[in-house]
Structures are given as C-alpha cells and as structure tokens.
Design a protein around this ligand. Sequence first.
Ligand code: C2O
Ligand code: CU
Ligand code: CU
Length: 519
Amino acid sequence: MTLTRRRTLRLLGAGAVLLPAVGLGLPRLVASVTGAKTDTVGKVAFTNEVKAPPLAPSRIDGDGRRVFDLDIRAGRHEFVPGKPSPTWGVNGGYLGPTLRARRGESVLMRVSNGVGERTSLHWHGMHLPAVMDGGPHQMIEPGTTWSPTWKIDQPAASLWYHPHTHGKTAEHLYRGVAGMFLIDENGGGDSGGDDASGPLLRLPHRYGVDDIPLIVQDRRLTDGVLDLAEDMAGTTGFLGDQLLVNGVVGPYLAVTTERIRLRLLNGSNARVYHFHFADDRPFTLIGSDGGLLPAPHTTPRVELSPGERAEIVVEVEPGERLVLRSDEPSTGSGFVQHDGGSDRFDVLELRAAASLTPSPALPARLADLPRASAESATRTRTFELSEHHINGQQMRMDRIDFGVRKDSTEIWDVRSGDGTLHSFHVHDVQFRVLSVDGDRPPPELAGWKDTVFVPPGRTMRLVIRFADYSDPDVPYMFHCHMLYHEDQGMMGQFVVLGPGERPGSPPSRTVPSHEGHGS
Ligand code: C2O
Ligand code: CU
Ligand code: CU
C-alpha cells in the first residue's frame, strides 16, 4: 500500500463527518482536523554519530567519461540499533553515496533497478538533455539498467538525486532513495585540487572532514521500522515526528576544525525547515541550490523548503556542543493553515574537539554571477499553485504544457493561490530570483536557484534562461516539490524548442500507468 493510497482511504472513511466542509476544498478541510504539534527541542539525546555519506567510487571509461554504478535496491537499515527496518537505498540500505564530478567532465550513470517496481533517478538541479533527466519519462523497469550520459557544464554546486515516478515519488523517496551530487569547478578548487587559488580553496573543502553534506528528513519510526502510513498527512503530505540526518536518528557530528561547511539539503517530503543554532549565533551562508552566492552572507537563520539546499560555514569554539534547531517556517501573508507549521525540532549536535585545526578566514567574494535582469526576457508566464493544480491544470503525462525557445530568457511569476505553502522547482535550469513581491530578493536568494519556497500570498518573480539542449518531444518538469502535491498532479511539462520547432508529444511508451501499480 502506498503513502497516498492509505491516506485517501482514511479520508473517505472520515467523509461522513467532514462532508459539510467540502466547499472549503480538500486541503483546508484536512488541516482543520489535524494539528497535534511536534516539538523535540531539548528532548533529543544525541547518541549516534553522523558522518558525510560515502563518496561513490567511479572509473573513467574508454571515452573519457566518468562512470558511476548506481544500484537502486531494497534493503535494511538500523535507524534504531538492533531493530532493522525495511528500506530502499542506492548501493546500500538507506540513501545513497555522494556523487562527485567536475565541470567539463562527461559522466555516464549506470542505474539499475532492483526494487521490483518501476522507478527512476532524477538529477535535481542538473543542466542536461531532457532525455537524460531521469524524470517520469525515463522510467527504469525492474531488473533493467538505465545509462544516461551528459557533459557537466555548470558552476560548483550541491545538487542531489532522487526518484521521480509520477504518483509515487513521495513513497520512493520516503523509503530512502536519495543522495547528493556535488559538482566541482574545473581546474581544482572545491575537491582539494592544488592547481587553483580561487575563493573555493579558502572555503572548507575536505570532504568528510570540514565539508559535510547533511540530508535532513523527517520520518516516523514505529519500533524502529519506517512507517509508511500517512496519519499525519494534511495539507502538505507526509510529516514525520523524528528528524534524520543522513539517515541517522539523534545525530551528532564530530567537528575537528575551527570552521565547518555544512551542505544542507531538505530531502523531506513536505516539511519546511527554519534552521538556526540554539544560541542563535550567526553563521555564514555561502551557497544556494545552484552554486556559491556572490558574497558570503552572515545570518542566524536559513529556511529550506523541500528540495532546496544551502551551504553554510559555522565557527565553533574548542570543546563546545552546539545544537542546530528548526522552528516554524515563515508563512507569508494570507496564510490559512499549515500542518506542522508550529513544529520545532532539535536537528543535530555539533561536538567540537578540545583542540581544533585552524581554518582560513572566508573570502570576501565568492562567485561572479551575472546580474539578475529582466532585460533580455522575451516572455512572461504566470504559475498559480493551488489545490494540487498549477493554473487550474493537473499534470498529464501526454500533455506538453508549453514550449520555450532555446537561447531565450523568460520571466516566471510564481505564487501560492490556496493559502498553503509550496516549493516550486524547475528542471534543467538554474534560475535567479528577480523579485519577491516586487522587492529585491533577500541575500539568501541572490544566487543560483532551482527550487524556491513559495509561501501564501507571495509572488516570486524568476528569470530563467533556457540554453544548450532542445527536444520538441521529451519534456522537462516544473512542479511543487512538496511530494504529495507533486504526486497529486501539481506538476507540468515544458519542452525546449530549437529553431522552427513546435511542441511535439512525449513518446507514448514512456507513459507509465502508475494507477495500476503497487496495490
Ligand atoms: Cu527534485 Cu522534479 O525534482
Ligand atoms: Cu529536479
Ligand atoms: Cu505544493
């Protein structure tokens, strides 16, 4: 049984009581009957050490491509010692290894599906041909291997990968299929090459030592077993009552350097995190989804909706213990109600060694970004996210919603029209935020983004350039990254068109009949 299915049954069962409120629309109706608050602040014993996920081994093939073997499989993972839970993972029980490649390199991914039902692996944040994207049109049948290849050509960044099976993304990701995909600049720098002297080298960059990806997810465990029932679902989908970092419950991270770089990924189904330290100390935000910010930004807080990433650098004192927390998301104006909206969590404890290795001071400038500008935009589109629809339409695998021109720039205005929180993601591109409700974006939104938090009543104006790849038939997705919304159809498809091309139709063999699966 799937996350969404069991939830639907429960709602139907409750229908008699709730029918009078149906005019409010389903999401708000559900919000009105849930509302237990989860608060783990001060209650988490940080007893389990968390480390950076392992780096995936790779090899170079005869064509000079970096080859990764990724095996999506069902397995077991001990969230609670001695109580193994059934899980899914990549090359392991839960989550997957960190992939790492340089700008300019070509990669070949060999992705095999061992979970007994069709799934996919999507490279979130990657600029690549649509047919390599791993979205719902690139399903991997059970027992088969999919081998996409492309050339990495984008700035150093913390991207990630996860399944994208239409109607099942929430479940597949919840079971544990996800991992980081780090891009390094060509010619040294981020991964410790010694032939560059740019700002990257002055940032903490020793993987697993002072440079640690942290995949933050909320889950519910029943006697140590990953609980797939969605009892806490409401407006947003699954909300768990425990936080996992890299699959570890009650995590602490040993810190051995004065400064540590944390690459935070919100890998949750529905939850928005508002991270801060227990003592509210400022830290330095250095990067967003698609790469480094133009300059470091000092702040005590950073907010991430599902799918978003932030790179931060934290300074610690010898011997101290410091707790990373999360509290209520900012909710914009016109807020109706949000399940889990007042939840608070202890996320992770940083444990600094009694003596710390010195870290260099952070550079004053990080990256040269083009000015975000509407000047070259040739068209404006509006996206209203509301009640599992975008502009009143639900995702259809066989409908391409629009085509954009290759080498063109567009403005996309995105807003939440239903009083709840959303997270808007576009495949293939890294965009810039031009304005938030007409104002200049805050510093945390000054860099490259592929996913953006959309609170109620707020209009995010994005400027997006489409370049390099076109295909009139194979679409890229745009969607809400709250996975229940996405699975319910808050998603659409666009194609990038070459000169003279018109939108075609997606190859029909790629249309999965997800309705018939998993029951
Ligand atoms: Cu993170 Cu369409 O995906
Ligand atoms: Cu994506
Ligand atoms: Cu949404």
